[in-house]
Design a protein around this ligand. Structure first.
Ligand code: SAM
Length: 282
């Protein structure tokens, strides 16, 4: 809802987040969701889907660096990555910074999110034309049922578990992801707001635990997301990736980053007590 010169996100549970708008750049109903891109005074470009904040120019780096470099530097030689969702392109942009990457399969249900991001937010979508990136405009739930195995890392960069994103918070979906993930592979999923969506956080971790022997939470602060403190689920089939960080590769690559570093890699797994209980199902 863009009342006058403000966008207000109805965060449900009696909360709202508002940003003052310079200009509405696009507002359209796609076959899947309402898509808006605004230019805001405080946070630059803002993408919303069904009037929920997806990403902003000023703080997108936190989320996109956390959801990619934590698994990629936990893996000994990440080559083939699958993204479920990720339509704005920020996740793919970070993945291709790693020279070991051979393929990035990105399965985005709504082609309009990609096209509008390419048109209005090239800082996010710039690598979606990278030859290593293969776009599949289909439902991630269906894709993983039939995909060939061989992924080193799977990243679930989806919307909330409502609307098109609902099927992505689901034990069967996680089982199908596990089938196409290599034995030493890692799955990371955005796992919702620790303050505002504790029930979703609990459900995601409980369902991940039905499938993966190793499930661990990490977090980061994203000011424009509901409750700011955001959670990620890190899942693997053996404990090694949790204890591994490729310091040599991190130092050698010296990537152009604004949030992630080797200290954050460790610190993001240090959870507040309430978050430990939520994610560990205590
Ligand atoms: N960073 C944002 C967040 O944490 O809320 C999400 C980024 S991205 C915009 C989320 C993408 O997931 C959207 O482009 C949406 O179209 C896509 N998506 C939702 N459900 C999907 C599904 N079942 N299969 C594939 N993509 C899906």
């Amino acid at each position: 809802m863009a009342g006058g010169t403000w966008f207000t996100e109805d965060q449900r549970e009696g909360l709202e987040l508002s940003m003052q708008i310079k200009e509405t750049l696009v507002s359209k109903q796609t076959p899947f969701q309402k898509l808006d891109i605004y230019d805001t005074y405080k946070y630059g470009k803002l993408l919303t889907l069904d009037d929920l904040v997806m990403t902003t120019e000023q703080d997108e780096f936190v989320y996109h660096e956390l959801i990619t470099h934590v698994p990629l530097f936990s893996h000994k030689n990440p080559e083939n990555v699958l993204i479920i969702g990720g339509g704005d392109g920020g996740t793919a942009r970070e993945i291709v910074k790693h020279p070991s990457i051979k393929t990035v399969d990105m399965v985005e249900i709504d082609e309009q999110v990609v096209r509008m991001s390419q048109q209005y937010m090239p800082f996010l979508a710039q690598e979606l034309t990278n030859p290593k990136v293969h776009l599949f405009f289909q439902d991630g739930v269906e894709f993983v049922k039939n995909a060939a195995s061989g992924y080193d890392v799977i990243i679930i960069d989806s919307t909330d578990p409502i609307g098109p994103g609902e099927g992505l918070l689901n034990t069967e979906f996680y089982r199908n992801c596990s089938k196409i993930l290599n034995a030493d592979g890692i799955i990371v999923s955005q796992a919702e707001s620790l303050f505002n969506n504790p029930d979703w956080v609990k459900q995601i971790f409980a369902k991940m635990r039905n499938v993966f022997p190793v499930v661990q939470a990490y977090d980061g602060t994203i000011p424009t997301y509901p409750g700011a403190l955001w959670c990620f689920a890190f899942c693997c089939k053996t404990p090694e990736p949790l204890d591994f960080f490729d310091a040599e590769r991190f130092n050698r690559l010296n990537l152009d980053l604004k949030y992630y570093n080797k200290d954050i890699h460790r610190a993001c797994f240090a959870l507040p007590e309430f978050a430990k209980k939520l994610c560990n199902g205590d």
